[in-house]
Design a protein around this ligand. Structure first.
Ligand code: NAP
Length: 290
């Protein structure tokens, strides 16, 4: 996809973009994508749209009728949108969830940029090469699915998935056992494998605002000097990351994932390289205001 601007702007002279979810008022996507459009010099709008579960299909018809070029999809509609799409790209199909939709003249294609956005950020900001590494993923929810799938494409030596509900971690490992050496386990099993781990990634919501005194891994368990990453970006430095920093670890927060999932989405909509730094600055400025 490499669309010239006139093609993109044919409906209204402006590039119409947005995000659907429920709730949606606190989404940082509008501020980030408006900054991106401004930096690219593309006239357009990115609007937050609160859509109830029952209205997802109608909302997507509206996206077509109104000539939106694309939308993001956030909680709780990442699965609900799928029956209303014409096509899923391979990543969205494997993950079973969609966070980005591209509208090609009424033909809707679903993508999932969460996992690839995360891995791009991890490699740029914390560890350039994941091949041959041993990675521990904490959590087995929606975000973990995208991340574990994207990690398998990097050819790590092994991925451990530990979850409070161990069955979910084991099911995830079984589903993708052909893609990589993935082992599901309970949180209680973590101490036995920590010695050989190079990277720990928190995908649970433990430590997220307003419960910032929570951590998914006690400080004394964190191996010194490894890479520790947290998907949470509010706060920017979770207790897990602060503890890990004290242990001499390379730390990596969730802001880069948020920016990069948006960057990939923008690239799908426009065919242009996303202005990542303008996007990051806009989100940071908005977080300082709120
Ligand atoms: P989710 O599907 O609801 O999954 C939540 C996960 O957290 C599950 O594994 C759950 O375990 C675990 N968990 C929740 N409370 C826990 C507790 N008290 N103790 C231990 N484990 C607990 O949510 P999600 O969509 O995957 O999102 C997870 C986190 O990722 C959130 O903090 C979200 O903000 C963050 N995230 C960040 C970005 C970004 O762009 N940076 C994008 C997506 C998500 P059980 O299975 O046992 O319930």
């Amino acid at each position: 996809m490499n669309l010239a601007k006139p093609e993109l702007l044919k409906h209204t002279g402006e590039l119409l973009l947005g995000v659907i979810g429920d709730p949606i008022a606190h989404s940082k996507s509008p501020v980030m994508h408006k900054a991106a459009l401004a930096a690219l010099g593309i006239p357009g709008a990115y609007v937050p749209m609160r859509v109830s579960r029952e209205q997802v299909g109608t909302a997507l018809e509206g996206i077509k009728a109104l000539g939106f070029r694309g939308i993001n999809v956030t909680i709780p509609h990442k699965l609900e949108v799928i029956p209303f799409l014409n096509e899923l790209d391979e990543t969205a199909l494997k993950i079973g969830a969609v966070n980005t939709i591209v509208n090609d003249g009424g033909y809707l294609t679903g993508y999932n940029t969460d996992g690839i956005g995360y891995v791009r950020s991890l490699k740029e900001e914390a560890i350039a090469e994941l091949k041959g590494k041993s990675i521990l993923v904490l959590g087995a929810g929606g975000a973990a699915r995208g991340i574990v799938y994207a990690l398998t494409l990097e050819h790590p030596d092994r991925i451990y998935v530990a979850n409070r509900t161990a069955d979910k971690a084991e099911a995830l490992a079984a589903e993708w056992k052909a893609l990589a050496d993935i082992r599901g386990m309970a949180m209680d099993d973590i101490p036995a494998i920590l010695g050989g781990v190079d990277v720990i990634i928190n995908t649970t919501s433990v430590g997220m605002h307003p419960h910032t005194d929570g951590t998914p891994l006690d400080s004394e368990r964190i191996p010194p000097g490894i890479v520790v990453s947290d998907l949470i970006y509010n706060p920017l430095k979770t207790l897990l990351l602060a503890d890990s920093e004290k242990k001499g670890c390379v730390i990596h927060g969730g802001l880069g994932m948020f920016v990069n999932q948006g960057a990939f989405a923008l690239e799908y909509w426009t065919g242009l390289p996303a202005p990542v730094e303008a996007m990051r600055s806009a989100v940071l400025a908005s977080m300082k205001e709120s």
